[in-house]
Design a protein around this ligand. Structure first.
Ligand code: NCD
Ligand code: ZN
Length: 355
C-alpha cells in the first residue's frame, strides 16, 4: 500500500440530469459518484433534457434543486441558443462558462448558422470561458473564427488525431485555446463498440486506435481531463438507437492513476490536468482543507457493483486498474472512506466563480 495525498479533483464537464431526467441521475447520486471518484468539485452542463439551462429562470430552478441534494461542490454552466444572448449579462457572473453546441448530441442546443455562432462568440463576455462542443470540421471552423472574434475558446472532449494536431498548431501560433479529453477516448476505441453495443455509444463517438494513440502522444497539448459523465439508464442504452453518453465520475481517477503506474504521465501532471488547470481556467477558487488519499498500488477490477451513479453501469466494467480512492476530505470533513459515502445531502456548496 502506498498512500498519496492529492488535492480534491475538479471535473469541468458533467451532466447530472437534474432537473428533467432524474431517472438517469440526480444531484445526490451524481455528486456521490463524484466523491467516490475523488472529485470534490464539478461543473454541470446545461443540456438537461426537457429543462435546458438557457434562461435565467431555468438557471435559478437548477440552483434551487441542486442546493438541497449535493454532497460535493457544484458549479453550473449556461447554454447558448440562437435567441438568448440578451440574457448573458445577467447570468455571466454566476456561471462558470457558456456552452455552445456545434454538433448533434443529447438535448436540442445545436447552433447551425455561422452568423449566429459568431454573434454568440462575441456576445459572451470575453473574460468568461466559452466552451464548445465541436467535432472534426467544427473544430477547424472554431479555430478559424478565433482571430476574427478575438476571444478564447475551450474545446470539450477532443477525440481525434486531426483535432489534437490542429489544437497543437493553434497553441503554437499563440491562439487562446484550451482543451479537455475524456478518459473513454483514452482507453476505448471503435473496436470496443461491438462488445459494448449501446453502452459504447457517446458523442464524440469512440474513434480509431490511431486517434486514441494520438491523444496519448499529444498529452502535453491536453490541458485537462474531463469525464463528460453522461449517464443514461440501462433500459435506455439497450434501446435502438441508444442515447449518447457514458458515466465516468467514478472511473476517471483510477484510470488516470493506472496511466501514472504505467509511466505514461507523472502524478504531478495528473494533478495539473485534474485540478490545477480547471481551477485556473474556470476561476473556481480554493477548497480549503480538501484532499483525496489514494492508494497508488491498489490493483482492482472495475465492476458495476458498488457504483454510486444511479445509472448502475460503466463502459469500463472488467478493466484492471492500478490506483484506488481510499478517503476524501471536503472542508475538513471526511466525506468518503473505503467505498462508503459519509456526507449528508446538501453538505456540498453551490459555487460561483471567484472574480
Ligand atoms: C452528453 C449528454 O448525454 O448529455 N452526451 C454525450 O454523449 N457526451 C452530451 C454531450 O456532451 O455531448
Ligand atoms: Zn458533455
Amino acid at each position: 500500500m502506498s498512500i498519496v495525498r492529492l488535492p480534491g479533483l475538479i471535473d469541468p464537464h458533467v451532466h447530472l440530469r437534474d432537473p428533467g431526467a432524474t431517472q438517469k441521475e440526480d444531484f445526490l447520486t451524481g455528486t456521490r459518484a463524484a466523491l467516490a471518484g475523488g472529485i470534490t468539485m464539478l461543473l454541470d452542463m446545461p443540456n438537461n433534457p426537457g429543462a435546458p439551462v438557457t434562461s435565467p429562470a431555468a438557471l435559478a430552478a437548477k440552483e434551487e434543486v441542486a442546493a438541497s441534494k449535493i454532497v460535493c461542490d457544484v458549479g453550473l454552466y449556461y447554454g447558448a441558443t440562437p435567441h438568448n444572448a440578451a440574457t448573458y449579462s445577467s447570468v455571466a457572473h454566476g456561471v462558470f462558462g457558456l456552452k455552445l453546441y456545434l454538433d448533434h448530441t443529447t438535448g436540442d442546443l445545436k447552433v447551425d448558422e455561422l452568423e449566429t455562432i459568431v454573434a454568440i462568440m462575441r456576445a459572451w463576455p470575453r473574460e468568461k470561458p466559452l466552451l464548445v462542443h465541436a467535432e472534426d470540421r467544427t473544430v477547424a471552423m472554431v479555430l478559424g473564427l478565433i482571430p476574427f472574434v478575438g476571444r478564447g475558446v475551450h474545446f470539450c472532449h477532443i477525440s481525434e488525431k486531426i483535432e489534437i494536431e490542429l489544437i497543437r498548431d493553434a497553441k503554437e501560433r499563440g491562439l487562446p485555446v484550451t482543451c479537455e479529453v475524456a478518459p473513454h477516448h483514452l482507453y476505448l476505441t471503435e473496436e470496443d463498440v461491438p462488445r459494448l453495443e449501446g453502452f459504447g455509444i457517446m458523442k464524440p463517438p469512440l474513434k480509431r486506435a490511431v486517434d486514441r494513440d494520438a491523444l496519448w502522444a499529444n498529452l502535453d497539448v491536453i490541458d485537462m481531463i474531463a469525464t463528460d459523465h453522461a449517464p443514461h439508464t440501462i433500459a435506455e442504452k439497450q434501446g435502438k438507437p441508444a442515447p449518447f453518453g457514458v458515466p465516468g465520475l467514478e472511473t476517471s481517477l483510477p484510470l488516470m492513476l493506472t496511466a501514472v503506474a504505467a509511466g505514461r504521465l507523472s502524478l504531478d501532471r495528473l494533478v495539473e490536468m485534474m485540478h490545477d488547470a480547471p481551477a485556473r481556467l474556470f476561476h473556481t477558487g480554493p477548497q480549503p482543507d480538501t484532499y483525496v488519499d489514494v492508494d497508488t498500488d491498489a490493483e482492482w477490477t472495475i465492476e458495476t457493483v458498488g457504483l454510486q451513479t444511479k445509472c448502475g453501469w460503466t463502459p469500463f466494467e472488467g478493466m484492471s486498474v492500478t490506483g484506488a480512492v481510499k478517503s476524501v476530505v471536503l472542508r475538513g470533513r471526511e466525506v468518503f472512506r473505503d467505498g462508503e459515502i459519509l456526507a449528508k445531502p446538501g453538505s456540498g456548496k453551490l459555487i460561483s466563480p471567484v472574480a
